[in-house]
Design a protein around this ligand. Structure first.
Ligand code: GRF
Length: 203
């Protein structure tokens, strides 16, 4: 049984999708050990509490990055997490945080990286005029939206889209992509070659 730690700051739909996948058996042999929000008012935190999950608020406001990260890492270690899923966590992790959990931290980003890293990726893609965007689940390294890619899913940009309808289409892909990526990582049948995650065929 693997223990997941979820970090979030807001709405929490990716967290809910992960929790639903565990409940439905789409992610097997895993449970959510702790959900941590850096904001007391995050709807995702409320959803976690409603589900009876261990839910912590560790406020980041007014704290130096490393100080906050130390509190979060301590909580994750206390709950003995095997894998950390950033799910709309609006904080950059310090290099020290990343080193505590090598290849054990995943992030989801609403674009086909390396296009449109950073904030408001769907709006960036829409304004740029791309015809295809999507989402990326990747390992977290020291750089923003940067580590080896685990899963990407494409979404078309339609002529009658606006940034909201595009974001909604991408979000659907996100929910499926996170479940796939967690399964790949928990199964562990892959190697990282350069930046490439290459799946190993079962013996
Ligand atoms: C998602 O679009 C995710 O890709 C990005 O932040 C958003 C979080 O949404 N990192 P939610 O809180 O999971 O609903």
């Amino acid at each position: 049984m693997k223990s997941l730690g979820i970090l979030l700051s807001g709405r929490g739909s990716n967290f809910v999708a992960i929790a639903d996948s565990i409940a439905a058996g789409r992610i097997k042999n895993a449970g959510i050990a702790v959900v941590i929000s850096n904001r007391a008012d995050a709807p995702g935190g409320a959803a976690a509490r409603q589900r009876g999950l261990n839910t912590l608020v560790i406020p980041s406001k007014g704290k130096a990055r490393e100080e906050h990260d130390r509190e979060v890492v301590a909580a994750l270690q206390q709950h003995k997490v095997d894998l950390i899923c950033l799910a709309g966590y609006m904080r950059l992790l310090s290099p020290w945080f990343v080193r505590q959990f090598p290849r054990q931290i995943l992030n989801i980003h609403p674009s086909l990286l390396p296009a449109f890293p950073g904030l408001e990726a769907q709006e960036q893609a829409f304004a740029y005029g791309v015809k295809v965007s999507g989402c990326t689940v990747h390992f977290v390294d020291d750089e923003l939206d940067h580590g080896p890619i685990i899963v990407q899913k494409a979404a078309p940009v339609l002529d009658d889209d606006d940034e909201h309808s595009l974001a909604a289409r991408i979000l659907e892909r996100e929910h499926a992509a996170y479940t796939e990526a967690i399964n790949i990582v928990l199964e562990g049948q892959f190697k990282i070659v350069g930046r490439r995650l290459v799946r190993e065929s079962p013996l």
